[in-house]
Design a protein around this ligand. Sequence first.
Ligand code: ADP
Length: 189
Amino acid sequence: MIAIYPGSFDPITLGHLDIIQRGSRLFDEVIVAVLRNPNKVPLFSVPQRLEQIRLATKHLSNVEVDSFDGLTVNYAQQRKAQVILRGLRAISDFEVELQMAHTNKTLSTQIETVFLATSNEYSFLSSSVVKEIARFGGSVDHLVPPLIALDIYKCYNHKYPIATPIATEAIPQITSTESPPERFPKQEV
Ligand code: ADP
């Protein structure tokens, strides 16, 4: 059974990644599908997001990354997917997601929407929260895969986060020629 996991992923967070990992254990194939939405001004372009998701999911052999526009059900049919996978964080998600699932059902009775409840530790996490923290100089190291955190700092012109929400120790000043401090994990995502 093929599932598509559609969304903006601007950028992909550990909450998204958790849904993808759990989905990849339930379905034969999961297609992470980035919506090309001309009405939104994103932080990252679609090609950048595709690359970020590919790097973050490269350890999952049955996960493919793609982009689409138009109706999700049309894309699902085109990809021969039977399932639209979505994540649920809070009651507010539930209302919107239920409406979307019902609407999609009126467009195609063949495609089921399957919801995975968020893992506890990611119930507060969204791409917007990540961008808001980074914009004001906070650390997002604990919210997104390491390489994506670096991309985000670059976007907001931070060499490294000014403040972390957990440790508030003073960070020494470094110039642009110095290497980043040890806090950046060296491993790939
Ligand atoms: P959209 O712009 O369609 O909301 P997102 O990229 O924000 O797309 O999210 C895609 C899907 O991932 C949605 O179903 C959303 O509810 C789910 N999701 C986002 N963040 C989390 C999280 N922290 N835990 C579980 N599901 C999440």
